[in-house]
Each structure stands twice: as C-alpha cells, then as structure tokens.
Design a protein around this ligand. Structure first.
Ligand SMILES: Cc1cc2nc3c(=O)[nH]c(=O)nc-3n(C[C@H](O)[C@H](O)[C@H](O)COP(=O)(O)OP(=O)(O)OC[C@H]3O[C@@H](n4cnc5c(N)ncnc54)[C@H](O)[C@@H]3O)c2cc1C
Length: 474
C-alpha cells in the first residue's frame, strides 16, 4: 500500500475527521503522531534545498526560485507557515515536510516490512510478487470470503490462496475471526476486484451500489513560468547541476543529499479561494487550493510536453501546479477498470472556478518581488486570463494520482446505500472480507493523501489483530 509517491508528508486537514463522520475515524493529530518518529516508524523532516541544506524551522530556503516564491507570497499578503503544514496551521505558504531518512526517501516497505523482517519478526509473512488477483472467492449463502484467485505474470492458469480457519474462528457463532481477505488494490483497483467477486450494485453476493462510485482525486493544472537565467552561482543553485550537486554532497555530514532527499521541490501553499460553499452546504474554512512549486518542469504529468518544447538560452522554466483540495465533481470506476466522470464532467462548475482562481493567484503572487523581477513570462504555453481561462482549465486539468473514495466507509447502522465498508473496514454483506486502502475514504483529505493511507493500514492491522468483523477479544 502506498509505495509510490513523491514523499510529501501531509496529514489530514483539521476538519477532515468531522467530514468523514465515521465512529473511530476522527483522524486526530495523536493518531498521526503514532505514525511518525519518535513514536512511530516513519521519519519526517522539512525539505532540503538543492545544496542539501536542511531548511531551518520557519526558515526560507536558500534556493532563490523557492525561497523567492515564499518571500513573494509574504509580500502578496499570504501567511507564511512556520513549520511544515502539519503543526496546526495549514493556510498559507511554506516548506513541505517529506518522508526522508538520512537523505534518502523513506518508504513504508522499508519501515513496515524490511526492517521488521530483518529482525525476524515477520516469520508468518509470505510475499508473492508478480501476482495479479482476479477475484475473491465468496460463499454465496454465507458471504464468507474463503480465498483469492490470482494469476502469476504471463501465466494463463488460475492459482488460489485459501483462508485458513484456525481453531476458535467462526462465522455465525459469535466467535472472533482472525483469518480473512484484505483488499489493498487502491481506489482504482479494489472496486474492480469486488465487482469481479460478486459485490457491486445489482451483484449476486452483496448488492452494494457504492462500489466504484464516489471516486475522487485532487485535479490539477500546471502553470509554466519562464524565468530569466542570469547565470552564476545563485541560478546554478536554483535550476541546474542537480546531479553534480547530489554527488558532491552525498554522504557529507550534515547534508541531506539535496533534491535526492526530497522530490526536487520543497515549497507550496494552501490557499482559500472563498468561492462557494462545500457540498454539505455549510461554510467551510479549510483551504481549497494547493500550489506546489517545481524549480523545473519535472512533474511527470507535465514533463513530456516540456521535453518536446525548444529550450531558449538564458531562460529556465518553473512549474506551479494548482490543485483542487475538495472537489465536488465525482468519478466512478467501471467494471472494466475505466475511470469515468459521474454526470459526464470531471470537474463541477465550482471546481473549475476554484482552479481558475488558483491560476490567477499564482500570477498575483509572482507579481510581487523578488519573483516579479525574475519572471519573463507567465506562461509558456500561454495561459489565458479572463473568460478564456475557463476553457483552458477544462482542457488542461489532469488527474493527480491521489485516487480515493471508491469503496466509501460509513457507520454500521447507517442505511445509506452508497456505503461499502463499515467502520471496521468489513465489506457490507460479507464476512471476513476487508478493504484497507484509499478507496475507503468517504472524502478525499485536505492535502496529499499518503499519510492517511498509512494510517488506514495501521488501523486495519489493529482490527485484524482483534478479529475481522467479529466479536472483539475482551
Ligand atoms: C507518482 C505519484 C506521486 C505521489 N506523491 C505523493 C506524495 O508526495 N505525497 C502523498 O501523500 N501522496 C502521494 N501520492 C499518492 C499516494 O502515493 C497514493 O494516494 C497512495 O499510494 C494510495 O495508496 P493505496 O494503498 O490506496 O494504493 P496504491 O499505493 O496504488 O496500492 C495499490 C497496489 O495494489 C496493486 N494492485 C492493484 N490491483 C491489483 C490486483 N488485481 N492484484 C494484485 N495487486 C494489485 C497495485 O499494483 C499497487 O501496488 C503519489 C502518487 C503517485 C502515483
């Protein structure tokens, strides 16, 4: 779960737990504290600049394009967040926190599997790589998950893993069950697995219309900005010589391997457009736009177009991504695994207006010094202003790989038909079948989602240890 990401560590927003409204899922700060060192396993630190210097608490990075952005934010009246965005204040601009350990990106695989396996703690764990799960086997009469059917890379024959039912495990006799099937194929993968297993709207085993629905992301547009490259040390720090810098600083005491210790960027902003009300119809004070600043156009979704564009001597291009934190547009996953917008539109009218606002806010901030004197053009390719901006947003909005919500969690007693899993992550209408990934989020969180996915994994482990969907051990 959650292996691939750029390392930005962002806990849920202050109000996300209230919006989820599921018992036991308040998403409190103390729960996240248990994930990160010193209480937990993940190491989190503020981003480093390209020279590998750690940004001091509340400091402005040395790198001119990035530090320059923060200074311009401050002159544009945007709050500068003192220490990451996880310390109580999210609204404003600042330096991101990353999951980094000794200058290398930290990963859940290393911390939760490799470390523990190295200490001989995971004797009962067997990992099968290259396995593609076709479906879960579920008994029609009881709804009991008895195993999974899978195929190995390139093989045509089905293989099977059966759930072992140990002594004392039971189904309807009130005893707790420790053995079961836990799906973690992600918000775009898990719904298809359930559909192929007889669990979906109109399906035979469990008729759950919410499977695959309510899919959300943080849709994003990218504003490319041409910056004057004056040459000289200052600019080398900002844009060039990244690999050389990495090699120079690698392993040097006090250095954190620069961009290799982050994802090549370090600052961003959480802003509030003030447009509209949230979908519950209540006023919402949470930020609704996230801007991320890339010293070069390195973000994969935008890099290909950049590579085919001619480079101009004396000019470098930075990328400012503008993403929507609380989209009201919804998508769904089809039985064939396609992602299609509900109602035909990926973005609602309000979503588009917020993204337009975010683009204009980038322009406004860059209109303040020190960025103002460095910017040659916003943007290449041209981003229009005024009424044309709407069409530009609609044409250029992309997915952000933050898929969530397609197997929505809700309280057991809640009769809402869109709910797929209960507060113990058990799939409704089944027994000992759980989902533990981003698909269970009722609403996407107010920022990068990975830390919340890890939190879901941790809570799932606690549930399994206590007995899946059964009576809790006293
Ligand atoms: C390029 C990128 C950068 C990102 N950067 C950040 C970031 O900086 N910070 C952040 O907070 N979030 C980031 N994210 C988002 C974050 O990584 C995801 O939200 C998170 O990984 C989702 O976790 P998950 O467990 O729901 O799904 P995943 O991590 O997608 O895990 C699902 C797994 O199931 C496997 N699978 C699917 N179907 C099957 C099947 N049928 N059989 C067997 N296996 C199957 C998939 O191969 C995958 O390994 C990023 C995502 C991407 C792609």
């Amino acid at each position: 779960m959650g292996m691939v990401n750029a390392g930005i560590y962002m806990e849920s927003g202050e109000d996300d737990g209230r919006k989820w409204n599921v018992t036991g899922w308040e998403l409190g700060k103390e729960e996240y504290r248990e994930l990160r060192e010193p209480e937990g396993r993940i190491r989190v630190q503020l981003g480093t600049d390209i020279l590998g210097e750690r940004v001091k608490d509340g400091g402005i990075p040395q790198t001119p394009g990035l530090g320059g952005f923060l200074t311009s934010c401050a002159s544009a009246g945007v709050n500068v967040v003192e220490r990451g965005f996880n310390d109580g204040v999210r609204l404003g601009c600042g330096v991101y926190e990353f999951t980094v350990r000794d200058g290398v990106r930290d990963s859940v695989r290393e911390r939760f599997l490799v470390d523990r396996a190295g200490r001989g703690e995971l004797q009962n764990l067997r990992v099968v790589t290259g396995a593609n799960v076709e479906r879960v086997k579920i008994e029609k009469t009881t709804g009991l998950a008895t195993g999974v059917v899978y195929r190995m890379d390139g093989e045509a024959k089905d293989r099977e893993v059966r759930v072992k039912r140990g002594a004392g495990a039971g189904v309807d006799n009130g005893a707790y069950i420790k053995a079961g099937v836990v799906l973690s194929a992600g918000a775009t993968g898990t719904p298809g697995l359930l559909m192929r297993s007889g669990v979906c709207g109109g399906c035979e085993i469990a008729d759950l219309e919410g499977v695959g629905r309510n899919l959300q992301d943080h849709p994003v547009v990218g504003v490319v900005v041409e910056i004057e490259d004056k040459g000289g040390e200052e600019d080398v720090r900002m844009i060039g010589g990244v690999w050389e810098r990495y090699r120079e600083t690698r392993g040097r005491e006090g250095k954190d391997q620069g961009v290799m210790g982050t994802a090549g960027f370090q600052v961003g902003a959480f802003l509030r457009s003030g447009i509209g009300e949230d979908e519950d119809g209540e006023k919402d004070d949470a930020p609704d736009i996230q801007i991320t600043v890339f010293p070069r156009v390195t973000e994969p979704s935008f890099r290909d177009a950049e590579m085919s564009r001619p480079q101009t001597p004396g000019v470098v291009r930075m990328l400012f991504t503008v993403s929507l934190l609380s989209p009201t547009g919804r998508m769904r996953v089809t039985p064939t695994g396609q992602i299609v917008p509900e109602g035909g539109e990926y973005l609602s009218d309000m979503d588009v207006r917020k993204l337009e606002w975010g683009v204009e806010e980038v322009r406004r901030i860059l209109g303040h010094e020190p960025m103002k004197s460095r910017v040659i053009k916003v943007s290449d390719p041209q981003v229009p202003s005024g009424p044309l901006l709407r069409n530009w947003v609609l044409k250029n909005a992309k997915g952000n790989n933050h898929w969530a919500g397609s197997c929505r969690m809700g309280n057991r007693e809640d009769e809402d038909k869109g709910i797929v899993v209960d507060e113990d992550l058990v799939v409704r209408g089944t027994k000992n079948l759980m989902v533990a990934d981003a698909s269970i989020m009722p609403r996407i969180t107010n920022g990068n989602v990975h830390s919340t996915v890890v939190l879901i994994g941790k809570k799932a482990a606690g549930i399994i240890a206590n007995g899946i969907g059964g009576k809790r051990e006293e």
